[in-house]
Write a protein that binds this ligand. Sequence first.
Ligand SMILES: *Cc1c(COP(=O)(O)O)cnc(C)c1O
Length: 358
Amino acid sequence: MSKFWSEAIQHLVPYVPGEQPKEQQIVKLNTNENPYPPSPLVMQTLQDFDLERLRLYPDPDARALKQALADYHGVTRDNVFVGNGSDEVLAHTFMAFFRQKAPLLMPNISYSFYDVYCNLYDIQYREVPLQADFSICLDDYSQTNGGIIFANPNAPTGRTLELDEIERLLARNTDSVVVVDEAYVDFGAQSAVALTQRYDNLLVVQTFSKSRSLAGLRIGFAIGHPDLIDGLERVKNSFNSYPLDMLAISAGVAAIKDEDYFRSTTDRIVATREWTCNELQALGFIVLPSCTNFVFAQHRYLEGAELMGYLRANGLLVRHFSRPLIDNHLRISIGTDTEMQQLIDTLTGHPDIIRLEA
Ligand SMILES: *Cc1c(COP(=O)(O)O)cnc(C)c1O
């Protein structure tokens, strides 16, 4: 607290990102980064980049990247908004659409940046409880609202909604903006992007941080009706004309082009995830079904916080949330096969863990 802080920031409760440890040898399974490097095409593009161009400002409209995304998703460029990571896209979304009289609706367990933005922009919100099995029930969102946001697949649960459930929500909720945060959609869920062509209040947000191995470059985007995109551009152009630098724009285009690499790495992660789920179950964990690059699991009789500390002491970092309802769970990112084997071996070595089958 300082006397120089404006009134508005004194009450902010900022988001706390997962730890980025200094030690190199630690196995990082705590922030859902991709264990594989970016596409070779991305790396070649960055190596070939004419660094002298950096004296110029980048394209404020990032047209090349918007066009690549539009082609990839079968929409037009005026359906696409890009930002400095999807966190920035989401921030602009809250500013542009959710500052309404009626409260924003969101799941009580979801991406914890949502309530941070509500605080930042003074947005009233109502948390809708998940079902007992941690799934979202969209029927519970049939109430007066100034907007609806949820992640699909949800974070940190990993649970997924079917597209027809989302469409039924859109059919009855036509007077406020519905945002679907698809940060993890490429790991096995159905995208709602096609529905943006039929519902002018739907905005789908995605990121290059997870499935495209580019968390360090900061690229996120949204797809929706041109009027929604215009609203986002108004906020963006009142904030920062150049959220994407030249390197990010070029590398982003290259990442979209390398479909083979994208498919092979996401397929590999899905296979490793299924192996990890089975192994964790054999060690006494209850694992939620996941369509993401992480699993959300709790042990039948050991405490989440204790297990996280044990793993940390053995060189493995996983995420634990000290929040009601989920404070016994661990969110474990899917790493390489070797990393996940190390996780399972380390857990097997825990003095109180017994392997269920031979
Ligand atoms: C990781 C994540 C984001 C943010 O991704 P960036 O593009 O890296 O900012 C947004 N939403 C959810 C649910 C995430 O898990």
